[in-house]
Design a protein around this ligand. Structure first.
Ligand SMILES: CC(C)(COP(=O)(O)OP(=O)(O)OC[C@H]1O[C@@H](n2cnc3c(N)ncnc32)[C@H](O)[C@@H]1OP(=O)(O)O)[C@@H](O)C(=O)NCCC(=O)NCCS
Length: 335
């Protein structure tokens, strides 16, 4: 019988731009303050890519280059690149295609994956299935978003939440019992009224009208999104834990989407997992959309050990959401 192929993460690279947008600075732009933002959201500062002419592929390229170095990867060995993003450089061509050029990949094909803030989770499962099929050996998955390109910095209800950033993981074939073990992913399409960009797509292409009416910004009804995020993320996290006999004593880490510290608290407390086992960096980066999960790995990589039981969970526009169970494949930081 053929040995079962698993898909394991073999490295992490990340990048956040240098410019730090603090709550202090935001409170000079809109009517808000550090206390409100910290208690309602939990973000202290976020990074902004403010150099003109640079888009999401710049963030993705920095993250992926570091990943290639850390994993000592030959560009010719990469089969595929998947970029999860909601803020692509262009409508077309894909940001992933731009990345292929920047990384000098000759043997890869590449595509963008659009699942809003759940994008990285979907990319992880997609790459895992591609590798388990036996048809791919080595895939780069990237979560990258330049959220500042669609945030309205005169809307105090949304501008404190988001930031720019990217991180990438190498996913490779292994016959060891490690890697991306299982996922529960869902999409219901019920979220459209509550979280979207009104214009710029094929329903409502750009025009003077759409510009004048500020229709090219992220629109969100925060309270509704909050409720769905808590219940959907908690439900799937609990479901995947039960399916694999995971509980507060044998879960090593939870990696939650970084949208709101109160959402993270609620998801962790449903599983009774203490916050010390929950990756949190929202205070420094805010919500980088598809970037949040791999940026957590990037920040916590040093603390990870081979065999750690990790549950990832995310929620985003659509609505899209899910949870994945990963058995981590190596010890500590790879330099
Ligand atoms: C956006 C969010 C932080 C708002 O928090 P909230 O507790 O729901 O706050 P509300 O929108 O109900 O607003 C409460 C009050 O604070 C005010 N407020 C909103 N933003 C503010 C700000 N930045 N500073 C000060 N006050 C603010 C509102 O105007 C409102 O005032 P009112 O009661 O006088 O009308 C929260 O709803 C949230 O995190 N939602 C989920 C967002 C998310 O996860 N999105 C990404 C999904 S991928």
């Amino acid at each position: 019988m053929m040995e079962k192929i698993n898909a394991v993460i073999t490295g992490v690279g990340g990048y956040v731009p240098d410019y730090v947008l603090t709550n202090e600075e935001l409170s000079r732009m809109v009517d808000t303050n550090d206390e409100w933002i910290m208690t309602r959201i939990g973000v202290k500062e976020r990074r902004i890519l403010n150099e003109e002419g640079l888009g999401t592929s710049y963030l993705a390229r920095k993250a992926a280059k570091q990943l290639m170095q850390k994993t000592n990867s030959d560009p010719d060995s990469i089969d595929c690149v998947i970029v999860a993003t909601t803020t692509p450089d262009y409508h077309f061509p894909s940001t992933a295609s731009i990345l292929c050029d920047k990384l000098g990949l000759k043997n890869a094909y590449a595509f963008d994956l659009q699942a809003a803030c759940s994008g990285f989770l979907y990319a992880m499962e997609t790459a895992a299935s591609m590798i388990q099929s036996g048809r791919h050996k080595k895939i780069i998955i990237v979560g990258a978003d330049k959220m500042s390109s669609m945030v309205n910095y005169s809307d105090r209800a949304t501008c404190p939440i988001f930031g720019d950033g990217a991180a990438a993981c190498m996913v490779e074939a292994t016959t060891e019992e490690y890697g991306i073990i299982d996922s529960i992913l869902r999409t219901d399409g019920k979220g459209l009224p509550f979280l979207h960009m009104k214009a710029g797509g094929s329903v409502c292409p750009p025009s003077y009208f759409t510009i004048d009416n500020k229709m090219h910004y992220l629109y969100q009804e925060g309270r509704t999104v909050f409720k769905y995020a808590v219940s959907n993320m908690s439900d799937v996290t609990e479901e995947i834990a039960q399916r694999h006999g995971l509980h507060k004593d044998n879960i090593d880490w939870i990696v939650p989407h970084q949208a709101n510290l109160r959402i993270i608290d609620a998801v962790a407390s449903r599983l009774e997992v203490p916050l010390s086992k929950v990756m949190v960096n929202i205070q420094r980066y805010g919500n980088t959309s598809a970037g949040t999960l791999p940026l957590c790995l990037w920040d916590y990589e040093k603390q990870l050990k081979k065999g750690d039981n990790i549950i990832f969970t995310a929620f985003g526009a659509g609505f899209t959401w899910g949870a994945s169970y990963v058995k981590w494949g190596y010890d500590g930081d790879k330099i």
